[in-house]
Design a protein around this ligand. Structure first.
Ligand code: ATP
Ligand code: MG
Ligand code: MG
Ligand code: MG
Length: 437
């Protein structure tokens, strides 16, 4: 992609309304634009990252055996009347009336809808376990939308829903999502710690929030330092095998959100292992048994022929929140530092002298060869001062920069800069290509 033909509306000034670094950087790097409080357009650079995060989430859901569907954003209020949540949900739900005076709503979540899909299609335990998920926009009319896409009103969520015959089956489904989440966040370059969360009236130990530690996080959290560098299951983990030991290796160590915190248990840990920090909730998994299946009549016949309400769990990941979370976890004074797995482009090429035939030719050649090797490249072919070009590249945080100027080109070299460390090396062009392809 040539920058001269791209749409990258960089802001020179730091926007005053942005209180946290990810919000400032997303606005400055031209990733998003606010349309109303908590409602954003995703501009090209932001959209690329959003899609890359979504793709990793999707791959790991699929690997764990979940099946993708797509449910609508607009739902009928009647479904929510069946579960009793239409009245309970309160002001966070955006309620809409259509032209026939029917009550509709913009979905804040999809338990009711997926339960409806399930009950019309599945009757027997033979069709279980089943896990259906989608990646879809949600709307919650948050009292205090803030921090950009971190707490938006409209936001992109991956939500999965598992169906099992009994609580034992549901635990297996829960464990699969637990492991899928560990893998997902690790692939994004994040340390997300599963923490005991409040299960409310459902009770039990099957609810965890996945929390990324960050000083700007909205939750107060407590955990065992050991959890900060626990090994995460490899790609060949058998999701049909026994995942209990993996899950227990995490859940047997102390980690709790404020609501679940037990100061005595935490205080019994050796002092150097006690971590008290702020955290960002990037995912939440929850077993809720027959809470929806019972009132909505989602029943399956067991091996004995008797019908019973199906056991369900739900599993959310804040896809759009993660984009901001990634920046909170990885930036410096100059801008964003994307992990390679989600960087909007793999490489940026900076042409220091557009119009100079040899420099232009070298840039074109590098661009063509990197693209042929499957790299996603942003080529800054615009006129402008070198300083401003470097600042833009650092701000948007691509992992590698190739800096091409007439002097180097004359003796066949370019500069290769690694964004994360700031290291710069003058290298022969072929060596740079070999390194980046
Ligand atoms: P929070 O505690 O931050 O309000 P929640 O517990 O209400 O989140 P869940 O219902 O558990 O959210 O939804 C699943 C995931 O969706 C959350 O873990 C979070 O990553 C994401 N999410 C929830 N609300 C928002 C929001 N307003 N903006 C962006 N992402 C959100
Ligand atoms: Mg909330
Ligand atoms: Mg929460
Ligand atoms: Mg939650």
């Amino acid at each position: 992609m040539r920058l001269s033909r791209y749409f990258l509306p960089i802001l020179k000034e730091t926007p005053k309304e942005a209180e946290i670094v990810s919000h400032r950087l997303m606005l400055r790097a031209g990733m998003i634009r606010q349309q109303s409080a908590g409602i954003y357009s995703w501009l090209p650079l932001g959209l690329k990252v959003l899609e890359k995060v979504g793709a990793i989430v999707r791959e790991e859901q699929n690997r764990a055996g979940a099946i993708e569907i797509l449910m609508p954003t607009i739902q009928a209020a009647d479904l929510w009347r069946e579960s009793g949540r239409y009245d309970d949900y309160g002001k966070e739900m955006l309620r809409i009336v259509d032209r026939h005076e029917r009550d509709m709503l913009y979905g804040p979540t999809n338990e009711e809808m997926v339960t409806d899909i399930f009950r019309t299609a599945v009757r027997s335990y033979r069709d279980l376990p089943l896990n259906l998920y989608h990646i879809q926009w949600k709307f919650r009319d948050e009292v205090r939308p803030r921090f950009g896409v971190m707490r938006g009103r409209e936001f992109l969520m991956k939500d999965a829903y598992s169906f099992d015959l009994d609580a034992e089956g549901a635990r297996r489904s829960y464990n699969k999502m637990f492991v899928a989440y560990l893998r997902t966040f690790a692939r994004l370059g994040l340390t997300a710690i599963p923490m005991k969360a409040d299960s409310g009236p459902i009770g039990g130990d099957m609810t965890h929030e996945f929390i990324v530690l960050a000083s700007t996080g909205e939750s107060e959290v407590y955990c065992d330092r050991d959890l900060l560098d626990m090994p995460v299951p490899a790609v060949d983990i058998d999701f049909d095998g026994d995942l209990d030991p993996v899950v227990k290796s995490f859940t047997s160590r102390y980690a709790a959100t404020e609501e679940m915190h037990d100061a005595d248990v935490f205080g019994a840990l050796p002092g150097e292992r006690q971590v008290t920090a702020r955290g960002i909730e990037v995912g939440h998994i929850f077993y809720f048994g027959t809470k929806y299946s019972e009132p909505m009549g989602a029943k399956v016949a067991g091996p004995d022929g008797a019908e019973r309400p199906v056991h369900m769990g739900s599993y959310g990941i804040g896809v759009s929140r993660l984009v901001a979370g990634l920046i909170e976890a990885s930036h410096d004074d100059a801008g964003i530092i994307w992990p390679e797995s989600v960087a909007p482009f793999d490489v940026g090429i900076v042409n220091l002298k557009p119009g100079d035939a040899a420099t232009d030719a070298a840039c074109e050649d590098i661009l063509a060869r990197l693209e042929a090797a499957g790299r996603d490249v942003l080529y800054d072919d615009t006129e402008g001062r070198a300083g401003a070009k470097f600042a833009t590249m650092d701000l948007i945080g691509l992992p590698w920069q190739v800096i091409v100027g007439p002097k180097g080109v004359a003796d066949g070299t370019v500069e290769l800069k690694r964004r994360a460390t700031g290291e710069r090396h003058s290298l022969p062009i072929d060596q740079v290509l070999a390194r980046l392809s």
